[in-house]
Design a protein around this ligand. Structure first.
Ligand SMILES: [Fe+2]
Ligand SMILES: [Fe+2]
Length: 305
């Protein structure tokens, strides 16, 4: 299937529509939580942010849908907008039901260029979902909350996975339709949007630090689920969960590949580092490597030993 063809458009749009889940957040099987589970749920520091992000997501996707003329894309985008709005409703139902601290903040300006806002939102979702896959797996395995409520979040994760698969295909389709130049620079465009997404996340984490008395919000979030947090294990969980969740989608569709590839490289480096550190603890410092090119990293002496 040629990326950018009408066949491509019809495939990713019809796949998105055919995997739609029909439910009403009010009618979901919300469990009665005991006091300990209720406390754990209330301790989660990001409900206000999640509630806000879902409401903003619904507004961005709806506003962008208005500007799209292709009827097939418009219909699929309208469905995504409805799903984002339903996510906000789901969070609202949960906040009210369990008395969580998540006041409704007014939505910031959506930006003057709604297409750019939609792309920023889409790449941000790819970023959040990849990290969310790892967090969710840790929370699931540590039985942080009862299974019934985790099943509801699991459905939400599935919908977010559908959104990012749809978005990556929409992005590739849109870029490919612009011609060979846009196709050639497309990886650079992707990189630019991921860097912007990273920038927004760092800004958000800094804001969170202030709110949480200077403690790191991300560390608090992960630390809540797992004592003795291990960064390599977390990356491995993100990577493995991403592969597992993506495996259920039509193999013909594109998937987000930037973060999984970057993580794969980082994990290989961390494993190598870990193996060397392990050998050094067992047998002392390792001898230099012979046969390496003079001046290469392998022949340089460590600065301190
Ligand atoms: Fe959402
Ligand atoms: Fe989404």
């Amino acid at each position: 299937m040629k990326i950018g063809s009408l066949e491509h458009r019809d495939t990713f749009c019809s796949h998105f529509a055919s995997t739609y889940l029909d439910y009403d957040p009010e009618a979901l099987p919300w469990p009665v939580l005991d006091e300990a589970a209720l406390q754990r749920l209330r301790q989660v520091p990001f409900w206000e942010e999640v509630f806000y992000s879902e409401r903003r997501a619904g507004a961005i996707v709806a506003a962008f849908t208005e500007t799209v003329s292709d009827p097939v894309l418009k219909e699929a985008l309208a469905l995504q907008g409805e799903e984002e709005t339903r996510h906000a409703k789901l969070i609202r139902v949960m906040v009210e039901r369990y008395g969580l601290d998540a006041p409704e903040r007014p939505i910031d300006d959506l930006g003057t260029d709604i297409e750019t806002s939609f792309k920023d939102f889409g790449f941000g979702e790819c970023f959040d979902s990849f990290v969310g896959f790892g967090l969710f797996k840790i929370a699931w395995q540590s039985e942080f909350l009862p299974r019934e409520i985790m099943q509801i979040f699991s459905m939400l994760m599935y919908e977010e996975t559908r959104h990012i698969v749809f978005f990556i295909n929409w992005m590739a389709y849109t870029e490919a339709r612009k011609g060979w130049l846009a196709r050639t620079v497309s990886p650079l465009v992707t990189l630019r949007y991921y860097l912007r997404a990273l920038h927004y996340k760092i800004r958000f984490a800094r804001r969170g630090q202030k709110v949480n008395d200077g403690k790191n919000l991300a560390a608090i979030q992960v630390g809540m689920f797992l004592d003795g947090f291990n960064f390599r294990r977390f990356l491995e969980d993100c990577y493995a969960e991403n592969s597992r969740r993506m495996s259920v989608f039509d193999p013909e569709l594109l998937r987000p590949s930037f973060l999984p590839q970057l993580t794969d490289v980082a994990l290989k480096a961390l494993r190598l580092w870990g193996r060397r550190a392990e050998l050094e603890t067992r047998s002392g410092p390792l001898p230099p490597l012979y046969g390496a090119h003079p001046g290469s990293a392998a022949t340089r002496q460590p600065e301190s030993s």
